[in-house]
Design a protein. Structure first.
Length: 695
């Protein structure tokens, strides 16, 4: 008897001869019951699953086979190797690994952790290469999200287990005693009550701790003096086991124990810890374990114009000898300068802690006028707490002024001649005042560059006794100087303030009339010329006109005033507007080529020829117009004519125009060498044209 042994892994569709070990041929009847070994691992290396195993007897003919299902597992599990892990880890921790597999199967990797030395294992939260891993020497990585699995944990005994698998998991690889620190470190902030103060014996510190995990904390306080290394500070409070309910608290640094007989600045540093050192805080504090001295000063409240006494009181609980450092500032403490003093300001014993000294302010601040600050700092070996006070000083030398007196009769803008001087060359202001009551009272006036405008200040007046007072100022007033008395006359109708009422004033009046300028009205009035008082009625009308005529005639008849303004021709100005035309009967016509609204004529005397003249206006100033013609004979034989149109109608006429006539009273009617001077304004224009005409 022989046996045919084969197997199928596809449910009997195909069969393959099995490799066996043992006697399966030439079997005698006495061995009909026996066994053999199937070397399945040779036939199906790496196979894992169900196999149909068939044995067929054959005694020269195939007999009836027997088929059995056999579960086999010939897979070789993979291996994994982890790169070395060192040091403290936290948060997302990355591991690098390689895998190998005898069958080169596609693999998976899993990561587990234990926080109890391997007694219990937990699946880890991770990202990275954990599936579809192909063996062959390439390096892969996996990132353990330790914050998710072990939040707040700080342990040096965390175990990790890495396992690779295909259909079967291989042998795990362990990493023990990994230091994982996911602890959120605590933080602290601290303060002192008076950071600008200087501390002598102890310092109370107020702290606030913060820790997201609310662990039991401890704090450590260090100090560094003048840049030295940090040294543990002496405190007597329990700062080792601080629970969350005591995260806010205070402690006292016994600085006199740590820094006896010291002066300067110390840096305090507070460090919180749980399992880890947290975020510290620090501040700078001024210390003086020698003891802090202080001072208060007293200065006069009123303005000081000379050196003055300053009182002081020193306090020092250790009663040391004191020196005083005395300074002054004129810029509110930005810059300090050493003060010059008289009196004892050094080596002051405790018996003399209350005393005084003299500040020579005038020598330190010559010419100063304002507020200064005086600061006094006591020193018992180290500067103590200063005190400062404001003091009002006036060391300014006032300016002075000299003037030239004004005499006689003045009008309009009265020129003033003066000289101002100041020892400090300060910028000087001048205040002008005037008095109309013999200097009993003065009113503030306005000083122009050209002088004092009497008309703007007091208006129309006649021979008014006037005083002027000039006072120079820098920060302080100088000695005032008075000018006067002198007479001020601002004649009604004298619009240009020259003490003459002539054609120039008629020109101004015609402008006022046509513009209805009520700011310059002159009627009605009270009084008699020349001393008239204008009573304003808010309009320019016939009353103003009558006042002007009244003053014209007063001036004409005034035997005292003999002034006359001549109008010499100017070469470059127009001399072709007016010409003279001789007529029979000793008359000479004054002809104007264009229509005019103002004319002023002057003719000087001709005493050598014995001629006498009269100058009159024509009906040019009357027809269809409201005009005025005024004439005046001066005592020297000169003649003036002034004419103006006050209201002009839109009449149509064409020049030339006969605007005035000159009559000669003499036997010879034909006259030669007659010259007149004129000023005129063409209708519709504002320019005044000056010239001369002659025959």
């Amino acid at each position: 008897m022989s046996l045919t042994v084969d197997y199928s892994i596809d449910g009997g569709k195909t069969w393959d001869q099995a490799t066996t070990d043992g006697n399966i041929s030439g079997i005698g009847s006495e061995y009909y019951s026996g066994s053999f070994n199937w070397d399945g691992e040779i036939d199906l290396p790496g196979y894992e699953g169900t196999v149909l195993f068939r044995v067929t007897p054959n005694n020269c003919m195939a007999g009836i086979p027997d088929i059995e299902e056999v579960d086999v597992e010939y897979n070789k599990p993979p291996d994994i190797a982890i790169e070395e892990v060192t040091g403290e880890k936290f948060g997302n921790i990355e591991f690098f690994y390689t895998v190998s597999d005898a069958e080169n199967d596609t693999l998976s990797v899993k990561l587990q952790y234990s926080d109890d030395a391997g007694s219990n294992w937990n699946d880890a939260s991770f990202i990275g290469d954990v599936s579809g891993i192909v063996p062959g020497g390439d390096s892969y990585s996996i990132i353990w999200q330790s914050d998710d699995d072990l939040p707040g944990v700080d342990s040096e005994s965390i175990w990790l287990m890495f396992t690779a698998g295909d259909n079967d998991w291989g042998e795990p690889v362990y990493i023990d005693s990994v230091h994982v620190d996911n602890n959120a470190a605590p933080s602290v902030s601290f303060s002192i009550s008076n950071p600008d103060s200087m501390y002598e014996d102890y310092l109370d510190v107020f702290y606030v701790l913060e820790d997201s995990e609310q662990d039991t904390l401890q704090i450590e306080l260090y100090f560094s003096f003048d840049g030295e290394d940090n040294t543990p500070a002496t405190v007597y409070e329990d700062i080792l086991l601080i629970t969350k309910d005591d995260y806010s608290g205070s402690l006292r640094w016994e600085l006199d124990d740590d820094l006896p007989n010291s002066y300067g600045t110390a840096k305090l540093k507070m460090v919180p810890t749980d399992n880890d050192i947290g975020n510290p805080d620090s501040l700078i504090v001024a210390i003086n374990s020698f003891g802090v001295c202080a001072i208060s000063v007293t200065v006069p409240e009123n303005e000081q114009t000379a050196d003055f006494t300053v009182g002081y009181t020193v306090t020092d609980r250790k009663n040391k000898h004191i020196d005083l450092n005395i300074e002054f500032s004129t810029d509110n403490g930005k810059i300090w300068n050493k003060a010059t003093t008289e009196g004892t300001i050094s080596d002051i014993s405790s018996e003399d802690y209350k005393g005084s000294f003299i500040w020579n302010g005038e020598s330190d601040l010559p010419e100063f006028d304002g507020t200064a600050r005086l600061r006094v700092t006591p020193n018992n070996g180290y500067n103590g707490l200063p005190d400062s006070s404001e003091v009002i000083l006036d060391y300014n030398k006032p300016p002075s002024i000299s003037v030239e007196q004004v005499t006689g009769e003045k009008t309009g803008v009265i020129p003033l001649s003066f000289t101002v001087s100041d020892e400090e060359s300060d910028t000087i202001d001048l205040v002008i005042q005037y008095s109309l009551d013999s200097g009993n009272t003065f009113k503030i006036g306005t000083l122009l560059e050209t002088g004092w405008d009497s008309f703007a200040e007091i208006g129309y007046c006649y021979q008014q006794d006037t005083y002027i007072r000039l006072t120079p100022y820098d920060n302080d007033p100088g000695q005032a100087i008075e000018i006067g008395p002198f007479l001020t006359t601002n004649l009604v109708s004298d619009f240009n303030h020259d003490l003459i009422i002539n054609g120039d004033d008629l020109l101004n009046f015609s402008n006022i009339w046509n513009d209805k300028d009520i700011t310059k009205e002159i009627g009605p009035v009270t009084g008699t010329p020349p001393d008239l008082t204008v009573v304003s009625d808010g309009k320019v009308d016939s009353e103003d006109f009558m006042v002007f005529l009244w003053m014209w005639h007063w001036y004409t008849k005034n035997p005292i005033i003999k002034k006359m303004v001549y109008l010499p021709a100017i070469d470059e100005e127009n001399t072709s507007l007016v010409y003279l035309s001789q007529k029979s009967g000793g008359k000479v016509q004054v002809i104007c080529k264009e229509k005019i609204t103002f004319l002023q004529l002057f003719m000087t005397s001709d005493t050598d020829s014995g001629n006498e003249y009269t100058l009159t206006g024509t009906d040019y100033w009357e027809e269809n117009r409201k005009g005025v013609v005024l004439t005046r004979n001066y005592s020297d034989g000169s003649i003036e004519l002034a004419a103006a149109i006050l209201d002009s109608s839109n009449d149509v006429s064409f020049g030339p125009y006969n605007v005035a006539e000159l009559s000669v009273i003499h036997e010879r009617k034909n006259q030669k060498n007659i010259i007149i001077y004129y000023k005129a304004r063409i209708s519709g224009q504002t320019e005044i044209i000056k010239g001369e005409a002659s025959i």
